[in-house]
Design a protein around this ligand. Structure first.
Ligand code: PMP
Length: 488
């Protein structure tokens, strides 16, 4: 080992695969260095090194002993007698049971034992039933190659978060230091900008178009660094790239598989992590059938970054917000075990866990959406949701064609719930929307809020097709066309 302050250092050679793999792990208190060696053609091998240095605040976090006990208790048989935790007695709570009617289904009853569980503290990773089902789903949808690599580094781990927003915030808190360079699509989700900007990092815009992040632009940006410097202490080589691969917010853009591969190769070359924020994954409009969506069938959509992650550098955030309920606040972080473990340390010290009530709700009965999703017919729920948003998207595109053809430009989104519209002859939509749109009784989001510098002029607006009726969408675009013509 060349790592003097290592607590642990060892090498594992994994041979049963077609391409033997070597894995060298160096742990110390503040970082984990992992070196993958793929012995393509002995004695040459391709070697990928990842060194992740956690921020001092993150590195200083220790597992909460009480939370660890809660985790243990959650996995223990009911015969265990625990005098350990300081949990309140749920018998003192005033709630006894609940009944939830599922559309087109029976009423779900949260009976007394389940209710007691729902009202109690639970483990910080998430409740075991939901987690184990989500792990199966992730493996079947993304089949991350790391699962076969090593029990230490490569194993996929997951935790439940209070919406994917919490996962993103915790990931950034763990990885992004003041002064660090962070790469992200321009424009991007305003919630991500809100989480990153106070950290004092340098946000670097990577250009995007209707197919998402443009790898050629990323390559050009990265050329100012020497990849060999990535491992050096104090190096300014970006450590993190954040992207929304499907139905981007605000652009509606979805990245092609080729682009993802190019970005992934650049991540390997310059050794940065990819944060794949994919809340619109289940809202992809390509035709899929229920058999495509069966848990054990081929994956229905383009491969994700997680699915191509041969050296454990992808952290993925998923969300139930767009398919089950945004108010339930259920999201997931998926990625290499040591990183997810650290996200959980942050959770332990803040929210402790996502609401148990929320997590238990999906388990209330055989007809609840999440229980349903486990079975083949349950995927019909996804299909219904996809069908709804596809039809809304089509409605919005027809109204845009009808009213905005001469005054605006757009690309049809292939996923998500947003249309990104460029207004012709308008330099900046901020003033137009904030001052004049209200007079016309139409509201859209001015594009500037999705940029690092929100006061830079931006000729775009974001229109959501999720909530309004076809009549409202049509009328809104008629009013918008009027507004643009007046302004021109
Ligand atoms: N990422 C993106 C790109 C989003 O659009 C949103 C929601 N608007 C989120 C994350 C957060 O979603 P949630 O916390 O509801 O899962």
């Amino acid at each position: 080992s060349d790592c003097s302050d290592c607590l642990v250092s060892f090498i594992i050679i994994i041979t049963p695969l077609k391409t033997p793999l070597g894995l060298l792990l160096n742990y110390d208190r503040n970082s984990i260095a992992i070196q993958f060696m793929e012995f393509y053609n002995k004695p040459q091998y391709r070697c990928t090194k990842i060194k992740i240095t956690f921020l001092s605040v993150s590195a200083a976090r220790k597992p909460s002993p009480i939370r660890v006990l809660t985790e243990l208790q959650q996995r223990s048989p009911p015969s265990l007698i625990s005098l350990a935790g300081g949990s309140p007695n749920p018998n003192t709570f005033p709630f006894q049971s609940a009944s939830i009617k599922v559309k087109g289904g029976e009423a779900l009853v949260m009976d007394e034992p389940l209710m007691k569980r729902a009202l109690q503290y639970s483990g910080s990773y998430g409740i075991p039933e939901l987690l184990s089902w989500m792990k199966d789903l992730q493996k079947s949808l993304h089949n991350p190659p790391t699962t076969g690599y090593s029990p230490e580094r490569g194993q996929m781990e997951m935790c439940v978060t209070t919406g994917s927003q919490e996962g993103l915030c915790k990931i950034f808190e763990m990885l992004v230091n003041s002064g660090d360079n962070v790469l992200l699509d321009a424009p991007t989700y305003s919630g991500t900008l809100a989480a990153l900007q106070p950290l004092g990092c340098n946000l670097i815009n990577v250009a995007s178009d209707q197919h998402g992040m443009i790898p050629a632009d990323l390559r050009k940006i990265l050329e100012r660094w020497d990849p060999a410097d990535a491992q050096k202490p104090g190096s300014s080589v970006p450590r993190v790239l954040y992207t929304i691969p499907n139905g981007g917010n605000p652009t509606g853009a979805s990245m092609t598989c080729e682009r993802k591969q190019e970005v992934y190769e650049l991540a390997r070359k310059y050794d940065f992590l990819i944060i794949e924020d994919d809340p619109y994954y289940f809202l992809q409009f390509q035709k899929v059938s229920s058999s495509d969506l069966s848990l054990y069938s081929q994956r229905p959509w383009a491969p994700t970054f997680l699915s191509m992650d041969v050296d454990s550098r992808v952290l993925r955030t998923d969300s139930f917000s767009k398919i089950l309920s945004s108010g339930l606040r259920i999201g997931f972080v998926t990625g290499p075990k040591p990183l997810v473990e650290r996200v959980v340390l942050h959770i332990q010290a803040s929210t402790m866990h996502t609401s148990t009530f929320t997590q238990v709700t999906p388990l209330t009965g055989p007809v609840h959406p999440v229980s349903l999703l486990k079975q083949q017919p349950g995927f019909l729920l996804f299909l219904r949701v996809i069908e709804f948003y596809r039809s809304q998207r089509n409605t919005m595109l027809s109204s845009a064609d009808k009213w905005l053809k001469d005054v605006a430009e757009w690309h049809p989104p292939m996923a998500g719930m947003f249309l990104w519209i460029k207004l012709k002859g308008i330099k900046d939509t901020q003033q137009l929307i904030m001052e004049r749109a209200l007079e016309k009784e139409v509201l859209l989001v001015p594009g500037g809020v999705f940029h690092i510098n929100s006061s830079d002029p931006c000729p775009y607006v974001r229109a959501a097709f999720s909530l309004s009726t076809p009549q409202q969408i049509d009328e809104a675009f008629r009013r918008l066309a009027d507004l643009i013509k007046d302004a021109m």
